[in-house]
Design a protein around this ligand. Sequence first.
Ligand SMILES: [Zn+2]
Length: 391
Amino acid sequence: MGDRAAVVWDSALLGYDLGGDHPFNPIRLELTMRLARSLGLLDDVTTLAPEPADDPDLARAHDMPYVDAVRQAPTVGWDVGHGLGTPDNPVFDRMHAASALVVGGTLLAARVIAEGTADRAVSIAGGLHHAMRDHAAGFCVYNDCSVAISWLLDNGFERIAYIDVDVHHGDGVQAAFYDDPRVLTVSLHQHPATLWPGTGSVTELGAGAAQGTSVNIPLPPGTRDPAWQRAFHAVVPSLLGAFRPQVLVTQCGVDTHAEDPLADLSLSVDGHRATYLALRDLAERYAGGKWLATGGGGYQLLRVVPRSWTHLIAAVLDRDVDPGTRVPTEWLTTVRKVAPRADLPLTMSDGADATFDAWSGGMSDPVDAVIRDVRHAIFPLHGLDPDDPRD
Ligand SMILES: [Zn+2]
């Protein structure tokens, strides 16, 4: 299946480094690729190295004065505006080049899918879903997801579904396509009243002819795998069946994990794995098999991100890793050199049960109220019955 699937990677992507003790530490990418390699997932797979996105492509999602501000920020000092130079988005050396390379990675994934050399492609460095047209936000300088979706719209795709499973609302991508009926954005996230950026309520539906193409599923803090999966499956498959996308673009942030330091959902590595397999299945069923996967948030750098995104890479490559698989000694030894006291995971599982009860119209859990609200707000706009569990 190496033929059908592409993995975008280059160690230069580690240059997107917000420095100091910023949680968005590139070690999460390095340890993921090392774990995927040590499990043999990348045997016979040629990773594709991206070029930085150029200004015309960045302009798909950003104003040029903002891009110029990013370019000049490391040399002009502290007062550059545009959300730059803040604790969340500190200025760093070669900020423009490193940020443009992340966009280039997701664009390369889009390109191989559009050209037909692969049906699936993954770039774990991508998924910077908070970046806005004229400012940086939430650790994100340029919005690679928005640029890639815009590029796909200009290169043969007329209906694109974007699914965002990061713990934070996918606000930048939603904003970019809020009035564009060609792009369905679906974000599952921790409830905006309890987490930055404070948007992503059920009532954000899309504008004008795009009413119903912005979908938000805000989940209460503490939500665990079975309820999260129930919400996902009660909303996403039906909408994809109605929308009939030609490609699935997914932001696969793993800051939903119970151990993530920045947020309060309670998912497991096993839940993440189940989600990736579900996304793959949905791409096969509803999007002609075409799936562009990116990374995103995820700040439990040693215990969570490497395992979850290794499962993501495995899913893209059809080289699924059994949850009971032992984490290779070679990887553990490497990590212990940088974190001698860390309590490292020994298998590719948290031992969590990723099964769930499908939504049946009942109200047995706080998440069921969210499911009801989302379905009532969105489903009629797609000709679906919000009260019929078969829809
Ligand atoms: Zn996040």
